[in-house]
Design a protein. Structure first.
Length: 132
């Protein structure tokens, strides 16, 4: 009773990667599940952190990003310590959802809006992924 349960989602819920829809669905399901659990369980508090890019040691073991991907990551990513501090504050406040990087959230919402206006850009990218 009276527990705080924190789950982690991703900004991929705003602009899904067409090559990895399972990841998109799982991260979207986390948010929906927390809302459902909160509705049925008034004794505990269910919260979700919607992470954008975070600069961690894990990134160092991945292939190096190049070009536009690298520039976007550098512009939007948080340092892991900054993300941890934001999550620590979030754990003790009454907010139910945290977007640690406002820049990333704003960027992905703008990108999602642009892709809904010109969907052919997104579909062309998907077709290149399928062929590659």
């Amino acid at each position: 009773k009276n527990k705080i349960i924190i789950t982690f989602s991703s900004t991929s819920i705003v602009v899904p990667n067409s090559g990895n829809l399972g990841y998109y669905i799982s991260k979207l399901a986390i948010i929906k599940l927390c809302k459902l659990l909160q509705f049925s369980d008034q004794n505990n508090l269910y919260k979700t952190v919607v992470l954008g890019p975070v600069n961690t040691n894990l990134n160092k073991s991945l292939p190096a990003m190049t070009g536009l991907q690298s520039k976007i990551f550098k512009a939007l990513s948080l340092e892991s310590g900054d993300a941890a501090k934001a999550i620590e504050v979030f754990a003790s406040n009454s907010k139910k959802v945290l977007h640690p990087s406002i820049k990333a959230r704003f960027f992905y919402i703008l990108l999602s809006t642009a892709l809904s206006i010109v969907p052919s850009v997104y579909y062309r990218s998907y077709q290149k992924q399928k062929k590659g």
